[in-house]
Design a protein around this ligand. Structure first.
Ligand code: GLU
Length: 264
């Protein structure tokens, strides 16, 4: 009896395998994302809301910043209106999930293109670049990575800096924060001795507050890309967004965004 059950199970599994081999059924018919965006007339963009000058709320609770302007330009390019954007707050820790599950169509959030992430999601061509830097209090004795041994160093969960620190300063005490605001408060209060992330993001603190400084050295190269869900359904959207970025580069839009937001 037992033998018969095993034989029947094997037969059943073989039939299933043959069915899949012959018919190659699609998991579920998926619509091209570019087409559905054109149909809906709006693009859903995941953006940081705690990352001035890239994505943040102004006094009127509107999302502003470099990445927000980029999103509006893309909406203009694809949908012929800079307002055809819906912003959804994401954090460095949840943005890959939000784009892979389709909760948002794309993520524009100072996101570094790297091999590890490319296993899970796709990226546009780079639109800008940063480098990992260290922010310390102005009176700090820390001048380089070597001084971080035994010190408390803040990182934001989910960032490249969080991963890099394990190699860059293995003897430092790494302390994770959910957002830049709380990490910065901890630095000011002396709870951490340094905060590390992209220079483009950390510069804003120095710009607004002279009691902190950015050390001159950059430890990595962080090319920024727009993130997409992986797969064929996002291919045309990615092509069109790549065109939009190239168009912005040609027309010096990126240069103007850098001047406007990064004082570059
Ligand atoms: N560029 C870094 C990364 O992709 C930092 C981005 C951020 O803090 O949003 O991890």
């Amino acid at each position: 009896m037992k033998k018969l059950a095993i034989i029947l199970t094997i037969l059943f599994l073989m039939l299933v395998a043959i069915y899949f081999l012959i018919f190659k059924p699609e998991k579920y018919p998926e619509k091209d994302l570019y087409d559905s965006i054109l149909e809906k007339g709006v693009i859903k963009v995941g953006i940081n809301t705690d990352s001035k000058p890239f994505g943040f709320f102004n006094e009127k609770w509107e999302i502003q910043g470099y990445d927000a302007d980029l999103a509006r330009y893309i909406a203009q390019y694809i949908l012929k209106s800079p307002n055809a954007v819906e912003f959804y707050p994401v954090t460095p820790a949840n943005r890959m999930l939000k784009v892979s599950t389709g909760e948002v169509d794309i993520v524009i959030a100072t996101m570094t293109i790297n091999k590890q992430r490319q296993e899970i999601i796709d990226f546009s061509v780079p639109y800008d670049a940063a480098g990992q830097a260290l922010l310390v209090r102005s009176n700090s004795k820390i001048t380089s990575l070597a001084d971080l041994a035994g010190q408390n160093v803040g990182v934001i969960f989910g960032t490249t800096a969080e991963k890099n620190m394990l190699n860059l300063a293995p003897t430092a005490n790494i302390i994770g924060f959910r957002n830049y605001r709380t990490a910065y408060q901890a630095l000011k209060a002396g709870k951490i001795d340094a905060l590390t992330s992209d220079d483009t993001i950390l510069s804003r603190f120095v710009y607004e507050d002279k009691s902190v400084k950015l050390l001159p050295k950059r430890y990595t190269k962080e090319p920024y890309g727009i993130a997409f869900r992986k797969g064929k359904t996002t291919k045309r959207l990615k092509e069109n967004i790549d065109f939009a970025i190239q168009d912005m580069q040609r027309k010096n839009v990126i240069l103007r965004l850098r001047r406007k937001w990064l004082h570059a």
